[in-house]
Design a binder for this molecule. Structure first.
Ligand code: ADP
Length: 205
């Protein structure tokens, strides 16, 4: 990876809807959605890395920064090498990274941040209920028990929320994460489309 990858960050508490919105945006030509939660869950559970991931995620903790960033780099390189991500035509939509100040610093070498979407829901209890429902539908050991969910919120407040301090405030856009998903999407697009203007070639060629 030589030139910096032009990126949009989806940021917010666990359960706030980063994955839902990221997956929708990822279907629009010109976006490449990369969720680190999906990246980790895609690891073979029996492999060394897969076991390492489960060791932390089942406790509601972050995977160590060095391992996370190393894996992220390899993963992005794989997307580039297989033409799933074309840096000249696609905005890299990062969901779930950076999650600590060290990760933010490390990523500075590789990405240029065009905008940060900060999805906000004031009602943590609503988020916890959402996550419990999600655990029933998906196989998510980190959402299965309430004490693990609460630990994830603590980690968000102590480590992840400090990520925002790393960036120029003019890049940060707060979007309310409650209400109709279509309306949230509209509010995100209202920020993201102007931020991408002039940065990319035509994604449809
Ligand atoms: P959510 O969508 O609920 O916020 P994710 O699916 O993004 O959760 O992440 C699931 C788990 O994967 C996290 O609890 C954490 O253990 C691990 N993880 C994901 N992204 C990172 C990251 N950037 N740094 C460290 N650990 C991560």
């Amino acid at each position: 990876m030589e030139a910096k990858l032009k990126s949009i960050l989806l940021f917010g508490q666990p359960g706030v809807g980063k994955g839902t919105q990221g997956a929708i945006l990822g279907t629009i030509p010109g976006f490449c959605h990369l969720a680190t939660g999906d990246m980790f869950r895609g690891l073979d559970r029996e492999s060394e890395l897969g076991r390492e991931f489960l060791k932390y995620s089942t406790k509601g903790l972050l995977v160590p920064d060095e391992l996370t960033c190393r894996l992220w780099r390899q993963y992005v390189q794989g997307l580039i090498d297989t033409n799933k991500y074309l840096p000249g035509s696609h905005a890299l939509l990062l969901d779930g990274i950076p999650r600590s100040p060290v990760q933010a610093k490390t990523l500075d070498e590789h990405i240029e941040v065009l905008a940060i979407i900060h999805l906000v829901c004031e009602d943590e209890e609503e988020l916890i209920q959402r996550m419990k429902r999600r655990a029933e539908i998906q196989n998510r050991p980190d959402d299965a028990d309430e004490s693990v969910i609460r630990r994830r919120f603590e980690v968000f407040h102590t480590d992840t929320s400090r990520v925002l301090e790393h960036y120029d405030p003019s890049l940060i856009h707060t979007v309310t994460a409650t209400g109709a998903p279509g309306k949230i999407l509209l509010n995100i697009l209202n920020v993201v489309i102007p931020a991408m203007e002039g940065h990319f070639g035509n994604p449809l060629g």
